[in-house]
Each structure stands twice: as C-alpha cells, then as structure tokens.
Design a protein around this ligand. Structure first.
Ligand code: SAH
Length: 405
C-alpha cells in the first residue's frame, strides 16, 4: 500500500471514552487501562490503529501485550503507514539535527536518537567516538532494528554497532536482556572518547546507561563557570568522575572531594584523573551520600561548591513522595555544608519529578535552612537530548545551578 492511502486492514484497538481527553496532547504512550482489552491479542509489534468508541481514528502505532505501555503511537496521521520507511525517515531527521551540532572532532560522542523526543518512542542511539550503541526500550521495535542498524552503518561507517536491552526494560517489555554486536566488531576493552577537552575511557560492555552519562556534558562545563578557582568542591555521585574532573581541569587551583557508592566506578574515576593529569587535586571516596554528608555536617566541614547528581530516585508515580523526601534530605545536608554564597549544582534525572516539583522541593529546603537560594541557571539535558512537549517525561533531567546565600 502506498503512502497517502488509508490503511484500512489495520487491526483496531478501542480507546476508552473516559481516556479520550488525555490523548488530545498526542502523548505517544497508551497504557493498558486506557483501552478496551481486544478479543484476541495482537502479536508483539503488530501495527494497530487506536480508535475512539465511535470508530474515529486517533493514532497508529505498535502493540505489545506484555508491556504496561500497550501501544506506542508513531503517527497521528491516518494516511501515514508505520513501517521501515517511517522509522528510517525519523532516524534521518534525528541525525540531521545532531550533524548540525557536531564539531567533527575525533572522539566526539553524542546521542543520535532520543526516543519520544525524536518521535521514535523506545529507541535510543548513542555514538561513542566510532562505536554506536542502539538501546531498545520497546520490544515492539525489535523487527526494525536490522534496517536501523544498516542505515546507521551507511551514515557513519562505525567500527561497531551493538544492541543493548537492559534488565529492567527487558522485564517491563517482556523480552530478554541483550548486549550483542550487530555489525562490525564490538570493543572488548573500554574505548576512549573526548568530552569538553577531557579524555574518558568508556566501557560499552559494563557501564551504566549506554556506557556514560552523555546528557550531563553541557552541565559539567556550565558548573565550572560558577565555581571560583581555589574552591573547595564536593562532587556527590561522581560515577567515573564527570563533574569532578571537568572542574579540576578548568580550575587548576581547586581541590575536589568526589564520592560514590560504587567502587568499580571509582576505580575508573581514579584512572580518568591520571589520564587527564589532575590526580593530585581530586580525592575519591567510596561512601553512601547520606552517611557521608551527615558526618561532614557533624564535623563542621564547609565547601565553596557542591554538585549533587544522584541516581533516579523516583522510578514511578507511587514512590514520588518518598523520592522527593530523599531529594529534600540530600539538598538539606548539602546546603548546610555550603559557605555563604556557595554554589550548589543540584540534579534530578527522575522523569517522574517535574521541574516545578523539584523547585518546590528546593524551596522547602531553603526555608528549612533559612537561606536564600538564588537560581542562576535552570538547565536540562544536553542539546542532543531534546525534550518534546507532548511527552513531558523527555524533560527528565533537571540541573539547577544556584547560589546559596
Ligand atoms: N555525576 C555522574 C553521574 C552520576 S550517576 C556523571 O557526571 O557522570 C549516579 C551515581 O550515583 C552512580 O555512579 C551510583 O553508583 C551512585 N550512587 C547511587 N546510590 C548512591 C549512594 N547511596 N551514595 C553514593 N553514591 C550513590
């Protein structure tokens, strides 16, 4: 069937009348409770039309009976087909945007595709120097992976393209976790990338996310701007040294304490400090953030700048309040450790916590510690991780840079 013709043979899934309003905003996730359970279950990945109870077309997407997200919508246009052609057009458009922001420097790494923000719900593609990692968060997209990989190869001629499906996603989508090479030869050893002029060794086989937190790239550099030379800095949740080493490199007289609860991450962080020649000024400590910060408060220590970049504390709406309480406690301890006028770089990567909720949490902390918090920058993920208005979850990373007066 050619483009522009209405796909009449497509299986229909009926949206509950009560849920209709929510989809006027074109959010691409259709959850199980929003639809009438179909008589016979469509296969995973089957193209379906979402229709209203009166038969009116709403959108077209892919079905997955094993996922809470029953249908991911890829088009709201009844004349557009959901097939390889659509996914490749979207892929090309996503890459066109990244090409504009590329400097072309050797070792450059960036996110080429960011799921819903590129109208490719469930697909993330990261490029690490000359290696590409395709990450699926939707089992329904599996059938399109070969053509996506072929197009990526055609465009970049990378040394390798691998497929990654992490355990959590696999479970929620009813598929097997995977880490396999699709094209070329995948690196066994960590590979070197360059970010903000620093060298990093990224293990594509065992790292967190697709190997490294590319989303904080611009925030690491932004933080430096508000940290004076000679500053005494604390980097909480440093992972492989992201903020700590970027600050050390750009502030040659600063001394930095960096903590994380993963010894493995800290081993790499120490290697990175040497690789970038800043090992004399950065100290890495294996500690739990609550324990460490409380002990520092008790000991009367003070810092000129503190970075807080905890893992995702809210994984669902259900534990939102608990997560906000944890953010509150963490920020409360940090504010108590800051000198008057000190810089706080505070992040949340929980998509479930809205920007407003995060700011309200900070306001609560400020009131409690009786300090004025002057927001200097209210930032998000780097520009290769755009967010889209229809899917607020894409605005998942909050990074507020503030002065605590
Ligand atoms: N700041 C990093 C990314 C941090 S990711 C960067 O710029 O790349 C979150 C980190 O928090 C992980 O490395 C994880 O090991 C660490 N973490 C998780 N729970 C922790 C805890 N209770 N105490 C300290 N670190 C913790």
């Amino acid at each position: 069937m050619s483009q522009g013709v209405i796909q009449s043979s497509v299986r229909q899934i009926i949206l509950k009348q009560t849920k209709k309003r929510g989809f006027d905003g074109h959010h691409p996730w259709i959850l199980e409770h929003s639809i009438h359970e179909p008589g016979s279950t469509p296969a995973v990945g089957q193209v379906v039309d979402l229709v209203r109870e009166d038969g009116k077309f709403v959108g077209r997407g892919l079905y997955n009976a094993n996922s809470r997200i029953r249908v991911r919508i890829y088009t709201w246009d009844q004349t557009e087909q959901v097939n390889d052609g659509l996914f490749l057009r979207r892929l090309d458009r996503a890459i066109e945007h990244r090409t504009k922001m590329s400097t072309g420097e050797p070792g450059e790494s960036m996110r080429l595709v960011f799921s819903e923000a590129d109208q490719l719900s469930g697909l993330v593609v990261d490029k690490y120097s000359e290696h590409i990692v395709v990450q699926l968060t939707s089992a329904a997209l599996m059938a399109y992976v070969p053509s996506i990989a072929d197009r990526l190869y055609e465009l970049y001629r990378p040394i390798s393209i691998s497929l990654q499906i992490d355990e959590r996603t696999a479970k929620s989508e009813g598929m097997e976790p995977q880490l396999k090479c699709l094209l070329g030869s995948a690196p066994i050893e960590p590979i070197e990338i360059i970010e903000n002029g620093l060298r990093w060794h990224v293990d594509l086989n065992a790292g967190q996310k697709t190997g490294y937190y590319l989303d904080q790239r611009e925030n690491r550099l932004a933080a430096v701007r508000w940290i004076p030379d000679h500053a005494n800095v604390l980097d909480v949740c440093t992972y492989i040294g992201g903020f700590a080493l970027t600050i050390a490199k750009n502030r040659p007289n600063a001394s930095i304490m960096a903590i994380d609860s993963s010894e493995k991450a800290l081993l790499t962080a120490r290697e990175h400090a040497e690789l970038n020649g800043v090992q004399e000024r950065v100290k890495f400590i294996n500690a739990d953030f609550f324990d460490y910060l409380s002990a520092q408060v008790d000991a009367g220590v003070r810092y000129d700048a503190i970075v807080l970049d905890p893992p995702r504390l809210a994984s669902s709406r259900d534990n939102l309040q608990r997560a906000l309480a944890a953010y509150h406690r963490l920020n409360f301890l940090a504010m108590r450790l800051l000198q008057p006028g000190g810089t706080l770089v505070t992040c949340s990567c929980s998509g479930r916590v809205s920007r407003q909720e995060f700011r309200d949490m900070l306001k609560g902390v400020a009131t409690r510690v009786r300090r004025e918090v002057q927001i200097i920058e209210d930032r998000g993920a780097a520009s290769d991780h755009p967010s889209c208005l229809s899917c607020p979850e894409t605005d998942y990373l909050k990074c507020i840079i503030a002065r605590v007066l």
